[in-house]
Each structure stands twice: as C-alpha cells, then as structure tokens.
Design a binder for this molecule. Structure first.
Ligand code: TXA
Ligand code: MG
Length: 329
C-alpha cells in the first residue's frame, strides 16, 4: 500500500494517472470525497468489487454507492432516471447526496447486493472528480474503513484501518463535511430519505416540492438500506449519549473506572474530570467535520468509555444524532 499526497500539481498528475490505471486493472484505490474517504473499485468489474467486500469484511447484502463525474454519467447507469432524481441532481450535485434509482444491466449484481436499484453520487471534491475522469469507469466506493468501524476523514485513518488491503491511498487532507452523504430513494415521485446526512430533510423536501413529512423514512425503509441495520460507525470505546444534566450521574454509575479511561465530548465546558475532555463545536456543520476524527482520537487515547453530550433535537443535528446513536449501540 502506498499513500500519495496530492497537494502539488506534479505529484497530483502522476498520482491520478496511477489511480486510474489501478482502477482499470481491478485494484483498490482509496480517495478523498467531501464527506469521508471512499474505498474505490471499478464498478463494472464484479471481481474488483468483490475485493472491496473482502477488504472491509463487509456483508455482501449491503449495497455500494457508485461514484461518477457528472449527472450525465449517472443517467447512463440508470434504467429509469426519474424527475425526482433529476431535480435532486440539479440541486445537490456535485455534493453529499446519494440518489437511488433503478439500475441498468451493466452494473453487476454484487454492487447492488442483488437489488434492482443503485445509489449514485457525484462527489464535490476536486481529487475525486479528477480521479473519476482519469479512471474513465464508474467507481463503486463505500467508506474506506473496516465494516462497523468509524468512517475515515483522513488518509491516516484509512491507512490505520485498512493497511495493506488497499493498493493506493490518495491523500487530499481532512474531509470537509465529515459524515456520510444523505441517501435518498428517488425511484418514486416523492423522494424518501434512507440515511440522513448534512443535506437535511427540509432541503430535500423543498427540491421535491413536498412536505417535510413526505420525505421522511417510512417504516419499511430500513430493509431497503441495509447499511442502516445494526451496529455501525462504532469506535472501540463504549459510547454513551447523555443529556448534559445526567453527565455526572452516568459517570458515577460506571463505578470505579479510572478517570484516564473515560473521555467526554461536550458542547460546553464541564467541571467533571475526564482524561480526554473534548469541547466540540456548538454548530452542526463544524461538529460533523470533526466528529469522526474525535472518535478516532478517543480510541488512540485508549479510552474505554466516552460520554457524549447529546446535541439539541433539532433537524440540523438529526444526521449527527443518528451517527452518535448508531455508534452508541
Ligand atoms: O458519503 C458517502 O456516502 C460515502 C462516500 C465514500 O461517498 N460512502 C458511504 O458508503 O458512506 P457506505 O457504503 O459506507 O454507505 C452506503 C449506504 C449504505 O447505508 C447502503 O446500504 C446505502 O448507502 N445504499 C447503497 N446503495 C443502495 C441502494 N441501492 N438502495 C438503498 N440503499 C443503498
Ligand atoms: Mg460506511
């Protein structure tokens, strides 16, 4: 595995060319997007895509997102590019929204876990877009972490988690959005949110010309987005999502655990003594940007327990609360 920094123009060009060659040869390339780093393979090559599942230890029932450089390239992979898909693409691409539509036969079943729909995304990141141009094939890419672990927001996180399982890592520095894309089912007239993200449901509803409640996940949405099932986004440490008032009591209830094994992620300073006390940003975009790096840091600090102050239950915080709750299960 090699990590290539793609900051200056010359190294960038050589690294992108190599990434394109590796992808066309069926190898795995990790790359930055605006959300998290992806673990990419040629989406049209079933054997290459199999390598993604093997490298991550990912259950084969969990479908992958296919990344393309343009809306035009996305349309070419859709069997039925709906009006709602077009509206979402126009409003949010390139950007952190994945649009689920019926797939064309060129996409192997392994990409979609046997399903007849595919999640498509045009990422808003210059390195990702340049890599997709260079590859000249659509790139299937889940987050570049071992299955169930915290998604990577730096090249170092990818190297620590996947090591030699990946052939090349393009290092584009820390990602800016920080949590995974909003996944939206656009197979019908009204889009449905399958996984919340920093593009919030108001924005999705506005584009769809629908009421906010109409785009909410329906009760049967979970089986349609298998990645939402069960334990996910989990650090090694046990994570407890706690109301601010309850922090001292919950700390107390943990019993005689030494302070240095207990971390805290707070929205305002607290008198409590914690080994790793991190003051998190009080604004959701800034919070999301540092969330995963903070969880990785808590593991590096060998915390056994991390108490996380519960953010306010407003829609701007919904995706962050979703990830925290999954990490806490
Ligand atoms: O921001 C992101 O979405 C990142 C970057 C790399 O693009 N990717 C990512 O991929 O988070 P992954 O595989 O970790 O999560 C993909 C999610 C899963 O919850 C999966 O179940 C859902 O998208 N998904 C993918 N294809 C789907 C489909 N056809 N129907 C329903 N859900 C789908
Ligand atoms: Mg993931």
């Amino acid at each position: 595995m090699r990590v290539v920094r793609v900051t200056d123009e010359t190294s960038r060009r050589a690294a992108l060319r190599e990434a394109g060659e590796l992808l066309r040869a069926g190898r795995l390339v990790a790359f930055p997007t605006e959300t998290v780093y992806g673990l990419g393979a040629n989406a049209l090559d079933a054997r290459a895509v199999r390598r993604i599942y093997d490298a991550k230890g990912r259950p084969s029932l969990n479908p992958l997102i296919v990344h393309v450089a343009s809306t035009q390239a996305a349309r070419a992979l859709a069997h039925d590019w709906t009006a709602s898909a077009e509206a979402l693409a126009q409003a949010f691409w390139p950007g952190p929204v994945t649009i689920v539509v019926r797939k064309r036969g060129v996409i192997p079943d392994i990409v979609t876990a046997g399903g007849d729909t595919v999640g498509l995304r045009v990422p808003a990141h210059p390195i990702a877009l340049a890599m997709l141009d260079e590859a000249r094939v659509p790139v299937a890419a889940p987050s570049a972490n071992l299955s169930t672990q915290v998604s990577p927001t730096t090249a170092q996180h990818v190297a620590d988690g996947l090591g030699e399982r990946v052939d090349l890592i393009l290092d584009g520095g820390p990602t800016t959005v920080g949590i995974e894309s909003t996944v939206v089912d656009a197979t019908g007239a009204v889009p449905r949110i399958l996984r919340p993200g920093m593009i919030a449901r108001e924005a999705i509803a506005r584009v769809a010309g629908a009421a906010e409640a109409a785009v909410l996940p329906v009760a049967d949405a979970a089986p349609r987005s298998p990645g939402l099932l069960g334990r996910h986004y989990s650090p090694r440490a046990r994570l407890c999502l706690v109301e601010r008032d309850a922090l001292p009591r919950v700390r107390e209830e943990q019993g005689p655990m030494p302070d240095e094994r207990v971390g805290a992620m707070l929205l305002a300073p607290s008198a409590g003594t914690f080994h790793e006390q991190v003051l998190m940003p009080a604004e959701p975009d800034a919070y999301a940007r540092v969330l995963y790096a903070t969880l990785h840091a808590m593991d590096d600090a060998r915390c056994d327990l991390v108490l996380v102050e519960r953010p306010p239950a407003t829609t701007e915080w919904a995706a962050i609360i979703d990830r925290l709750e999954r990490a806490a299960t």
